[in-house]
Design a protein around this ligand. Structure first.
Ligand code: AMP
Length: 175
């Protein structure tokens, strides 16, 4: 199994992006390196715990990059949770609060069938608002969410507590 240390070393901290006070975790150096990207996908796939996954669900937009590769590796389908107004078919939506204001995520009504096994994937867990809203959408469709996987968890923001009793796996935890 690959080590997470080289992934951690490749993450670039960008201070005051996109606004003052935020330290943005830039994952593009991992994406740009074939071996590191491969290792990241291998480690994210571990969150499936060997179970058969029907759908890997990725969150707009960096989550798509990882989730699509995980889906391919696991032989599963890929489903996007998107920001409001991007999905063309019948959707359901959940609003959640951001540090300032509110955001809305959407899922196609027929994206997951009741009882299908789902692995939810995103690049980063911060406050948990985004992943929590995605889980609410999936619960609404009767999905069987067997795991939630993040490349990065900012543990000091306590997002994990917002995700109920789901099985959460983060590859890199920042305290
Ligand atoms: P949250 O809803 O607070 O858990 O925020 C998670 C989403 O915001 C993820 O989809 C991340 O892509 C993005 N995000 C939040 N904070 C950061 C950060 N410090 N660096 C990079 N992305 C972030």
């Amino acid at each position: 199994m690959p080590s997470a240390d080289s992934l951690r070393a490749a993450i670039r901290d960008v201070v005051d992006f996109p606004k003052p006070g935020i330290v943005f975790k830039d994952i593009t150096p991992i994406l740009a390196d074939g071996a590191l990207f491969h290792d990241a996908i291998t480690l994210l796939c571990e969150a499936a715990g060997g179970r058969k996954i029907d759908k890997v669900v990725g969150i707009d937009a960096r989550g798509f990059i990882f989730a699509a590769a995980v889906a391919d590796r696991l032989g599963a389908g890929f489903v996007p949770v998107r920001k409001k107004g991007k999905l063309p078919w019948k959707t359901r939506q959940v609003a959640y609060s951001l540090e300032y204001g509110e955001s809305v995520v959407e899922l196609h009504d027929d994206a997951v069938s009741p009882g299908e096994t789902v692995l939810l994937v995103d690049d980063l867990l911060a406050t948990g608002g985004t992943a929590g809203a995605a889980l609410e959408l999936l619960d609404g469709l009767g999905a069987n969410v067997v795991g939630v996987a993040f490349l990065i968890e900012l543990a000091f923001l306590g997002g994990r507590e917002k995700l109920g009793d789901h099985r959460i796996e983060s590859i890199l935890i920042f305290d």
